[in-house]
Design a protein around this ligand. Sequence first.
Ligand code: C5P
Length: 208
Amino acid sequence: MIIAIDGPAASGKGTVSKRLAAHYGLRHLDTGLLYRAVAKTVLDSGKKPDDTEAAIAAATALDPANFDEAALKSAVVGEAASYVSAIPEVRAALVAYQRDFAATAPGAVLDGRDIGTVICPDADVKIFVTAAPEVRAHRRAKEYAAAGKDGDEATVLADIRKRDERDSNRSASPLKQADDAVLLDTTNLNVEQAVAAAIAIVERNKKR
Ligand code: C5P
């Protein structure tokens, strides 16, 4: 079974995806890490994230086996990722890895922005996870505080709005609910309620 989860930053899609993968015994790929790793390589080499040549070179040479997830999860890298991810050649360089991951037994949950629309258009189940921007900012600011990183809620909210805007309005694979995706709004749900709702969606929609 392949489950495609898309949605904006801090919507809860990562948590829902991990929990769905554990529940159904599937592999999980957080595809945001791929774009974050490309962005971090570009930043580490002293270049700007909108440096197309540097970003394409980084995407082509990417080795997902060597990801340092904690370092990739910073706000600076997330922001830079939304620039490199708008470059069509960067996206193209990452397609095969994602499709191979999805196609490998026993199946997978992939989460990102274009999984249901571009990467796995034939996924068995597609869920579009969203939440009000203020709620997403509150959750993300709490995560930063728990990890000892700074990030006051107003700044996080402004960053989230900018990132949503860039991800939704780019021409290459924009963030968009697939026509056949089920909407899961987690604004008023806690983690357990969101996971239960996602499992219910899979149960209702999976191909038998
Ligand atoms: O999901 P996450 O916040 O880690 O993603 C970081 C950035 O990577 C997003 O803001 C988006 O620009 C990009 N991304 C993407 N397509 C994906 C996953 C992430 O464009 N499938």
